[in-house]
Design a protein around this ligand. Structure first.
Ligand code: PHE
Length: 335
């Protein structure tokens, strides 16, 4: 019986060495390890063996079974890991898609505005978002307690320091440093303490424009802005200029374009008027020039300020300004 067991072990080892596939491995299992397999048969034989030597032979037989089982498990694991490895480099598996982000719609809009004005010879400048009362109001001809200050509800940081309510203070900062000719656009963030709605938000973006030189005229201002909106929205666009008031321009105007969302029929975004105001503009008020010592006999200038959100809403047909700040991927993905 012991001979038989050791022969089986030799046989088992040779067969183990020749296993080269999962099928071989399964055949090995069936041959040695199942209930009708060789080892089970040996256990059958053990039953009829004399009681004195039974424990010893039983032990040897048990060892054989454990050995066979362990070897089987080992081989099985080897095959598993080979399978895993080959899966890692399986070039036929479809790749994972890489999602590339896009620029935020406001950044895209601003990029287009910059492009158009750069072509017209404007340079790009910037200024601080935390401003003083002097630059945001006083130098722009809003005297203290002037009712025009109420046009722009202000977030004050202290009595004289505030979050700028418009990009116009940068006009002053530029003219303080640089003498004419000046031709700049000034993009940036502005803040207003207004009720939040589909049309207005507590922060938004403006692009300021300033042109100061000899003999700058109102018709140049109109020509420049019309050229801009036609490039931006296409030449079929309907627009109009309305007289308006700003303390720092005289005369002043606002430019409206027909509402893209409702085609001029009237909707909640255009307050049912069919028109949307996109910018304020005018000739630089002589008081501004006096405040910063620009010779008003020699120089004149125009300025304008447009809302980036507003022109983006009209360009893309977005009917709620708040969508720009929520960063909902379902919205952003569309640009
Ligand atoms: N700063 C004005 C505003 O925020 C816009 C404006 C800029 C008007 C320049 C005239 C000239 O409403």
């Amino acid at each position: 019986m012991l001979d038989k067991i050791s022969q089986t072990k030799t046989q088992l080892e040779t067969e183990l060495n020749s296993i080269s596939s999962l099928i071989d491995l399964d055949n090995f299992r069936i041959k040695f390890l199942t209930r009708k397999g060789i080892i089970a048969e040996l256990f059958e034989e053990l039953k009829s063996i004399s009681i004195e030597i039974k424990p010893h032979i039983g032990k040897v037989l048990n060892e054989l079974r454990t050995f066979a089982q362990n070897e089987f498990e080992k081989k099985n694991l080897e095959f598993e890991s080979v399978k895993n490895k080959s899966q890692k480099i399986d070039l036929t598996i479809p790749g994972k898609k890489n999602w590339t982000g896009t620029k935020h719609p406001l950044t895209q809009t601003l990029g287009e505005v910059k492009r158009i004005f750069s072509q017209m010879g404007f340079q790009i400048a910037q200024g601080p978002e935390i401003e003083d009362d002097y630059h945001n109001f006083e130098a722009l001809n809003f005297p203290p307690n002037h009712p025009a200050r109420d046009m722009q509800d202000t977030f004050f940081i202290s009595e004289k320091i505030l979050l700028r309510t418009h990009t116009s203070p940068v006009q002053i900062r530029i003219m303080e440093k640089q003498s004419p000719p000046i031709r700049v656009i000034i993009p940036g963030r502005v803040y207003r303490n207004e009720a939040i709605s589909s049309r207005s938000y507590c922060l938004f973006h403006q692009v300021e424009g300033l042109y100061v030189d000899e003999k700058v005229s109102f018709s140049e201002l109109k020509g420049t802005l019309v050229a801009f909106v036609k490039q931006f929205y296409g030449s079929n666009l309907k627009y109009k200029f309305r007289p308006s008031f700003f303390p720092f321009t005289e005369p002043s105007a606002e430019m409206d374009i027909s509402c893209f969302l409702c085609n001029g029929k009237g909707c909640r975004v255009c307050k049912f008027s069919g028109w949307l105001e996109i910018l304020g503009c005018g000739m630089v008020h002589p008081n501004i020039f006096k405040n910063i010592n620009v010779d008003t006999e020699k120089y004149s200038g125009y300025a304008f300020g447009m809302g980036i959100e507003r022109i983006a809403m009209l360009l893309y047909g977005v009917d709620d300004i708040r969508l720009f700040y929520e960063n909902d991927v379902r919205f952003l993905k569309q640009f």
